[in-house]
Ligand binder design. Structure first.
Ligand code: URP
Ligand code: ZN
Length: 466
C-alpha cells in the first residue's frame, strides 16, 4: 500500500485561513503543506477546484445505544462508515451508564459494542453519568480523565431515567473540577417539562406538536442558567450540548458574561428544521421528535448568529438513529411521550453547514471548518492530533467538491436508518475523498475503508476555549 499521497492544487481551508497549497500525507501524518510540493514517489491526487479540509470531528453521537429498550440502528461499523461518507473522521460517542451499573462495567459494555462492530473512523467516548448510587461511582469518575476520558455528561432532563438532581449534578461537577474534566450537560428542566407533559395529557392534548409545546425554550434557558451557576460554584468547565433556542443562546452568553467557563454546541436539526414539521402525518412527523425539539424561525436565526459571533462554539450531530418503521412509533396507541426521541445526522453535518452556512453567506469557509472540525477537536482533547491541516497531525483529510449538486435521500445514504430528516433537500457541495491517518477511506464519494480501520482514541484534558 502506498503510504504517501500528494493532494495537488487544492484550496486548503483551515480555521486560520484559505490558500492554494499542496498537502503531502506520509506514514499517517501530514508531512508538508505548501506550494508546488515534489511528489517524490507519492501517489498524486488532483485536488484542483476542490477544498482540502481537516477531517470533521463529531463530538456527539449515539451508536449502538439502547434507550427505553430500543437500540439505535447504526452500530460502530455502519455509523462510522456514514460519518466517513459525510467527511467526519473522528467521533466522540457516549458511553451512557445504565442505572445501577458501575462506571467500569458500563465502560466495558460500551467497549464490547465497539469491538463487536469495529469502527472505520476514529472513536473516543464521553462517560454519561446517570446514577451515583452504585458504590465507587465518584471515585471511578475521578480516574477517567487520566484514562483518556476527560469529559462526563449529565442529564437535567428525563426524570426517573437519566436525570441527576442538582445535588448529584454538584457532586459530579466537583469531581470534574478537581480532575480537569469537562461536564457536558443536556440542559432541559426535566421536572418543569414533566409538569407541562402532565397538563397536556390531562387536557387531552396528545399530538406530536405537544412534544415541542411541553419543552419550551424557557425550560432550556432556565436549565442552562442553573447548571452554569452550579458549575461556577464548583469551579468546573461546562459544555452545553444541542442548544436549540434563542433563549438558550442568550443563557449561554449571560453565563459567560458572569464568568462561567462554558462552551456550547448546536446541531443541524436546530439550524434547519421547524417545529411545524411535528404537525405532519404522525408516521412521518415522528422523525422530528428529538430533544430538545425543533423550534421556530427566530430561534434558528439566533443560532446562526450565535455560530457566527462565537456564542456557540461548535456543531455536533447528536446522531441518534431510530427507524421510523418499527422504532419511532407511538406505543400501544399512546401519546407523543411514547415516541423514541432522536434524529440521524452524522452523514450530513458538513454538507448542510456548507450549504446553509457558507453558501448562504452566514458563515465564512474558515468558520465552517472551525465549527465542524477544529473546535470540537480542541474542546474535547484531540487538538494535538486532529482538526487541522498542520505538519505532524494525523493525516485525516477531506477533499470536498464545492460545486457538485445533489439531493439528500435516505435511499442513498450509508447509515442504516430508514429515513433522513433532510429528505429531498438539494445541496451543492459533496465529500469526494477522505483520508484517515493517510489511508484513503472514501473515493469518489464511496466508502472504501477496510473493516476495523478506525481506532479508539484517548483524549487529553483541555481548558475550555470559548
Ligand atoms: O433526542 C435526542 N437528542 N436523543 C438523543 C438521546 C439523548 O441523549 O437525549
Ligand atoms: Zn445526544
Amino acid at each position: 500500500m502506498n503510504t504517501m499521497t500528494l493532494l495537488r492544487g487544492g484550496t486548503v481551508v483551515t480555521a486560520l485561513g484559505t490558500r492554494r497549497a499542496d498537502v503531502l500525507l506520509r506514514d499517517g501524518r501530514i508531512a508538508a503543506v505548501g506550494p508546488s510540493l515534489a511528489a517524490d514517489g507519492a501517489e498524486v491526487v488532483d485536488a484542483t477546484d476542490r477544498y482540502v479540509l481537516p477531517g470533521g470531528v463529531d463530538p456527539h453521537t449515539h451508536l449502538d445505544a439502547t434507550f427505553r429498550g430500543e437500540t439505535t440502528r447504526d452500530d460502530f461499523a455502519s455509523g462510522t462508515a456514514a460519518a466517513l461518507a459525510g467527511g467526519t473522521t473522528t467521533i466522540v460517542d457516549f458511553c451512557i451508564q445504565p442505572r445501577g451499573v458501575g462506571v467500569s462495567a458500563a465502560l466495558e459494555r460500551w467497549r464490547e459494542r465497539l469491538v463487536a462492530h469495529p469502527p472505520v473512523c476514529d472513536v473516543g467516548a464521553h462517560f454519561a453519568v446517570t446514577d451515583l448510587a452504585p458504590s465507587g461511582v465518584l471515585e471511578e469518575l475521578a480516574s477517567l480523565p487520566e484514562r483518556g476520558f476527560p469529559s462526563f455528561k449529565t442529564y437535567m432532563a428525563y426524570p426517573g431515567r437519566s436525570m441527576l438532581d442538582d445535588t448529584d449534578q454538584a457532586r459530579v461537577l466537583a469531581v470534574a473540577a478537581e480532575h480537569g474534566a469537562t461536564v457536558l450537560v443536556h440542559a432541559e428542566d426535566g421536572p418543569a417539562i414533566e409538569r407541562l407533559i402532565g397538563e397536556a395529557l390531562s387536557s387531552g392534548r396528545t399530538g406530536l406538536r405537544e412534544h415541542a409545546r411541553t419543552r419550551p425554550p424557557a425550560t432550556e434557558a432556565d436549565a442552562i442558567e442553573r447548571i452554569a451557576t452550579l458549575a461556577g460554584s464548583a469551579g468546573a468547565q461546562l459544555h452545553v450540548v444541542h442548544v436549540s433556542s434563542a433563549l438558550g443562546v442568550e443563557a449561554v452568553a449571560a453565563a459567560r458574561a458572569r464568568g462561567a467557563r462554558v462552551t456550547a454546541e448546536t446541531c443541524p436539526q436546530y439550524l434547519l428544521l421547524d417545529e411545524a414539521l411535528l404537525d405532519g402525518p404522525p408516521e412521518r412527523a415522528a422523525a422530528f421528535v428529538f430533544t430538545p425539539p425543533p423550534r421556530g424561525a427566530e430561534d434558528r436565526a439566533r443560532l446562526w448568529a450565535g455560530l457566527a459571533d462565537g456564542t456557540l462554539d461548535l456543531v455536533a450531530s447528536d446522531h441518534c438513529p431510530f427507524d421510523l418503521v418499527g422504532q419511532k412509533r407511538t406505543v400501544d396507541g399512546g401519546d407523543f411521550t411514547t415516541i423514541l426521541n432522536g434524529a440521524p445526522g452524522i452523514e450530513h453535518r458538513l454538507v448542510l453547514l456548507h450549504e446553509h452556512g457558507v453558501r448562504r453567506g452566514r458563515l465564512g469557509l474558515e468558520r465552517w471548518v472551525e465549527l465542524c472540525a477544529t473546535a470540537p477537536a480542541r474542546r474535547f482533547g484531540l487538538g494535538h492530533r486532529k482538526g487541522a491541516i498542520e505538519v505532524g497531525l494525523d493525516a485525516d483529510v477531506v477533499v470536498f467538491d464545492p460545486a457538485r449538486r445533489w439531493t439528500i435521500r435516505a435511499a442513498e445514504q450509508v447509515s442504516r436508518v430508514d429515513h433522513a430528516v433532510y429528505e429531498g433537500m438539494p445541496v451543492t457541495g459533496a465529500v469526494e475523498r477522505v483520508f484517515l491517518r493517510g489511508t484513503e477511506v472514501v473515493r469518489d464519494g464511496r466508502v472504501v475503508a477496510a473493516a476495523g480501520q478506525g481506532r479508539f482514541v484517548l483524549r487529553e484534558r483541555t481548558a475550555e476555549t470559548a
